[in-house]
Design a protein around this ligand. Structure first.
Ligand SMILES: Nc1ncnc2c1ncn2[C@@H]1O[C@H](COP(=O)(O)OP(=O)(O)OP(=O)(O)O)[C@@H](O)[C@H]1O
Ligand SMILES: [Mg+2]
Length: 297
């Protein structure tokens, strides 16, 4: 099976949405128990068990330190990419790498999560974190950026454009943004691929990313995901400017990636019958040239 299957709204795999490809796991707890026995972990609080069968547990090692045990489908674990991201301190290290292809054990990071409405200080930490990605060495078979962009484009504006006449998505804008993205320089950086608020932990002195869905691409892509999930629409210019200055990003490319991801996200929400959040609607038509003076690099 293609190990680069994606999940959630970014269901861009060629073969179709993940929900039609992977059956929920019923044996996740048993897998966690086997790994715990092998590594001498005491399993604790169940943090989350996803609809697809993923499972996150807190556990304690014999030395008293706390770890996260995550069980998911091997196709979604991307352990080689995860290791490459961990090597540059972007994600917590994988402890006992390769014990099983469907289990990751990482140190538990004590810290705060962020919700939409992040302040500039939080975005500053994310920008510093993004800088680490330039140093990561992608595995040779890491998913390419073109596959991600084409996959999302197809699922959003493809044959059966699902939003109908009232669609807030401007298909032409999406097409031209996809062209900008695919012309971007530095498309081979190993990205996190799902840099949402739920996948970042802010410890005392720095941010950590967890739960990567890695693929190659330009840094602007991950920066845009952060903006989409965390930043209030009316504060976008300041956050985009800060990210761009600290991580040396192309602001226009951040804007293209943001519009593009917002459009795909809205289409997904409409498809599953969810409301279309006003902030995300605003992001789908974000116009960089409307940013106020003094914010340009
Ligand atoms: N190593 C860790 N340190 C601290 N918190 C963690 C760690 N791993 C997971 N968590 C917590 O568990 C939550 C879920 O983890 P993760 O994102 O890996 O699971 P998931 O099932 O893929 O969730 P989702 O589908 O929401 O992305 C995180 O939002 C975070 O709060
Ligand atoms: Mg997550």
């Amino acid at each position: 099976m293609n190990r680069h299957i994606r999940r959630g709204w970014a269901v861009s795999d060629r073969a179709g949405p993940i929900s039609t490809m992977l059956r929920p796991r019923e044996d996740a707890m048993a897998a966690a128990e086997r790994v715990a026995a092998l590594l001498g972990l005491r399993l604790g609080e169940r943090i989350r068990s996803g609809a697809s069968g993923s499972l996150i547990l807190k556990a304690t090692r014999s030395d008293g330190t706390t770890v996260a045990v995550k069980v998911d489908h091997p196709a979604r674990m991307c352990l080689a990419e995860h290791a490459a991201l961990a090597a540059v301190g972007f994600t917590p290290p994988l402890l006992k790498q390769g014990v099983r292809a469907d289990v990751a054990v990482t140190p538990w990071i004590e810290g705060a999560r962020s919700e939409r409405g992040a302040g500039l200080g939080t975005t500053e930490q994310v920008a510093a974190l993004l800088g680490r990605l330039r140093l990561a060495i992608p595995p040779s078979d890491a998913l390419g950026f073109d596959e991600v962009v084409w996959g999302l484009l197809r699922s959003t504006v493809g044959g059966d454009h699902r939003l109908g006449k009232t669609s807030p998505i401007d298909v032409e804008v999406m097409r031209s943004d996809s062209e900008q993205l695919l012309r971007a320089p530095h498309q081979s950086i190993l990205l996190h691929g799902d840099l949402t608020t739920g996948n970042l932990v802010f410890s005392v002195d720095r941010a950590w990313a967890i739960d990567p869905r890695p693929h190659r691409g330009p840094l602007e892509w991950d920066a845009a995901t952060w903006c989409l999930w965390a930043v209030p629409a009316d504060a976008l210019p300041q956050h985009v400017d800060l990210l761009s200055r600290i991580a040396a990003l192309d602001r226009r490319l951040v804007a293209s990636a943001l519009r593009f991801q917002a459009a795909a996200f809205l289409t997904y929400r409409a498809e599953v019958g969810l409301d279309l959040p006003p902030d995300v609607l605003a992001m789908a038509s974000y116009d960089l040239s409307a940013d106020h003076e003094g914010l340009s690099r």
